[in-house]
Design a protein around this ligand. Structure first.
Ligand SMILES: C[S@@+](CC[C@H](N)C(=O)[O-])C[C@H]1O[C@@H](n2cnc3c(N)ncnc32)[C@H](O)[C@@H]1O
Length: 291
């Protein structure tokens, strides 16, 4: 009979399953003291444990880890704390500046890896990165921006009264891929992955998180788009996994849905649309074939 190990112990040991136990702690606890408090204003951050798990699984200390859509720098900061060298590119100055603040914080906290972030459009990725990075990247960890976000935070005008407002749920620039139609996003993401392929070392991996979302009742298959974009960019599909946003305690899921995720699902069910409260990210793992 196999020995029982708690989810936390499995996670610490680098659980090799296709369901990643990445939701054991709430996101705000994971970020507290490790990221500047302004980071909360980004509408689509990756859960730090997902980046951490991918980096520990697919790289060794000293390797280069890249995020071409770096946001506030989660991939870069987690890479630094794991002794890897993190490189990020972000389209919006505001998020790139915040990523730089988070990188400086990781340095002050004694992270042993280096961190850099560049501003630019990653559809031209190879020309944005310094030449020494080319062919050296062991892992790309990223997530595309898409659709009307279910992230965001609630702010009420007074304690427990007044109209609820949603804040921090939109990106700034209208050229941001987050605001382009599905076909433009797919084409842009394919270009970005082709750039990643060009700077990856042979056998290097690409880990992408994505979720399907609904628009006017229609399911928009973002994970499917990600797989197609990767293959069109010359990468091969390794596997598709699930990264839990929910915790697992004594074999029971502990949901960590935001106010708006819960509200959207309740409203949809009330309208006769049988939606589910999604508590995971799809994780697509691709690889640059060996030469
Ligand atoms: C889903 S967010 C990634 C967040 C990041 N993983 C984090 O935890 O902070 C996607 C990011 O891609 C950026 N972006 C959109 N279009 C881009 C482009 N063409 N080149 C580079 N970044 C882009 C957005 O501004 C956004 O910050």
């Amino acid at each position: 009979m196999s020995e029982f190990r708690s989810p936390a112990a499995l996670l610490a040991a680098g659980y090799p399953g296709s369901v990643w136990l990445t939701g054991q702690q709430p996101s705000r606890e994971l970020r507290k003291g490790r990221y500047d408090s302004e980071s909360i204003t980004h509408p689509g951050k990756m859960l730090p444990t997902i980046a951490r798990y991918a980096i520990s699984t697919y790289t060794d200390p000293g390797d280069v880890v890249l995020d071409p859509m770096a946001g506030i720098g989660t991939t870069v900061v987690e890479a630094m704390h794991l002794g890897r060298d993190g490189v990020g590119v972000e389209y919006e100055d505001r998020w790139a500046a915040l990523a730089a603040v988070n990188i400086a914080l990781a340095e002050r906290q004694g992270a042993t890896g280096t961190g850099e972030v560049y501003t630019g459009d990653s559809r031209q990725l190879p020309v944005l990165l310094p030449p020494p990075v080319a062919g050296k990247v062991a892992l790309v960890v990223t997530s595309p921006p898409y659709g009307p976000s279910t992230h965001g935070h609630v702010r009420t005008p007074g304690p427990r009264r007044g109209k609820v407002q949603k804040v921090h749920h939109r990106y700034g620039g209208s050229d941001n891929l987050a605001y382009r139609d599905h076909d433009t996003l797919a084409a842009g993401f394919t270009d970005i992955l082709a750039g990643c392929r060009a700077v990856l070392r042979p056998g290097g991996h690409v880990v992408i998180t994505a979720r399907p979302y609904r628009r006017h009742g229609e399911l928009i298959d973002i994970p499917g788009m990600v797989v197609a974009a990767g293959q069109a960019a010359g990468l091969e599909l390794v596997e598709e996994c699930v990264a839990l946003m929910a915790g697992v305690r004594d074999g029971v899921l502990v949901p960590r849905a935001s106010f708006f995720q819960q509200k959207n699902v309740r409203d949809a069910i009330a309208d006769g649309d049988p939606q589910w409260l999604v508590q995971h990210e799809d994780v697509v793992i691709l690889r640059r074939p060996d030469d």
